[in-house]
Design a protein around this ligand. Structure first.
Ligand code: HPA
Ligand code: ZN
Length: 326
């Protein structure tokens, strides 16, 4: 369609993507086989059958299970490289990607195995696909703050290749304030700060991420529209919300795409952006997220372009690099 062609043609920046969430079933089977691990599925079709979720936790259980087959540096390389080649075909020029070290270190895979595989693929993507990148280490919020401190410590030898820290996993009952000290320590090591907030959790968690963790972007943030003072803050301080529309439908954060808050956010002047979160699980990379949103909300060409510009604006690229893309 014409809309798809337009979206394909727009240079895009991805700011909310979990590498473990880009693990396609085909690659999962291939890596499971070579690592002699049995998957609880007998076919690609049965995997896809299992990908029906009623909430964030049902997704997370399956996402962590899938990641268990990743053991060696080559596995992390292959995962990351598959993502980069995919989005290269979608005209993505810049990617700021999350990885969850604790999902791997908790089961005995060393931090350096994980990051070396990811980093080697990101460098190859920069050199061969012309995709610039930033790397964000996410703390798992269902674990303790002490566990996050251990992860921070493990990351220090690699701090030149890690640009920021994030906060993901089970939101309800694990407010940002639980990670106040480790975010402060992370900033002191030079890391930039972001956090998932207001996906399933209330607007209060978005306030906490801003006031207590001092993050510069909010991942998701859907729930901000319930709070006028928060909207003002986001607009005045140009705090980006990295929205993930197909994720929101898949996890029933919204019931249908036409309920997505992104158009209202743009109207209010919020620096809203669109991304893919966990595309292998939710069935849509960048273009599909733009397409489904634009179609359901009847976005104008100007609004679609604004979303793409907002993402470069909210990225951690230098001013000169941003200007080259916008
Ligand atoms: N929310 C919280 N944690 C996550 C997500 C998400 O959308 N994706 C991967 N980990
Ligand atoms: Zn996410």
């Amino acid at each position: 369609s014409k809309l798809k062609t337009i979206i394909q043609g727009i240079p895009k920046a991805e700011l909310h993507l979990h590498l473990e969430g880009s693990f396609e079933p085909e690659l999962m089977f291939e890596i499971a086989k070579r690592n002699n691990i049995n998957l609880p599925y007998d076919s690609i079709e049965s995997v896809k059958e299992a990908y029906r979720f009623n909430n964030l936790q049902e997704f997370l259980d399956i996402y962590y299970a899938g990641a268990q087959v990743l053991l060696h540096e080559q596995d992390f390389f292959d995962l990351t490289w598959a993502y980069l080649t995919k989005v290269h075909s979608e005209n993505v020029k810049h990617a700021e990607v999350f990885f969850d070290p604790q999902t791997h270190t908790e089961r005995g895979v060393a931090f350096d195995v994980v990051i070396n595989g990811i980093h080697r693929a990101l460098e190859k993507g920069k050199n061969e696909l012309n995709i610039s990148y930033k790397l964000i280490m996410s703390y798992l919020r269902h674990l303790t703050e002490d566990a996050a401190f251990n992860t921070l410590e493990s990351s220090i030898p690699f701090k030149e290749i890690i640009d920021g820290v994030g906060l993901d996993s089970s939101e309800m009952g694990n407010p940002p304030s639980k990670f106040k000290k480790v975010f402060k320590a992370s900033a002191e090591h030079g890391y930039k700060l972001v956090a998932h907030a207001g996906e399933e959790g209330p607007a209060e968690y978005i306030w906490e991420a801003l006031d207590i963790l001092n993050v510069e972007r909010i991942d998701h943030g859907n729930r901000c529209l319930t709070n006028e003072a928060l909207i003002k803050r986001l607009v005045n301080e140009k705090i980006a919300l990295t929205l993930c529309p197909t994720s929101n439908v898949a996890l029933k954060v919204i019931q249908k795409m036409d309920e997505h808050p992104v158009a209202k956010m743009l109207d209010k002047g919020i620096l809203a952006t669109i991304h893919s979160d966990d595309p292998a699980y939710f069935g849509g990379y960048m273009n599909e997220n733009y397409y489904q949103t634009a179609k359901a909300l009847n976005l104008s060409l100007e609004q679609i372009e604004q979303l793409a510009i907002n993402a470069f604006e909210a990225s951690w690229l230098s001013k000169a690099s941003k200007e080259r893309h916008i």
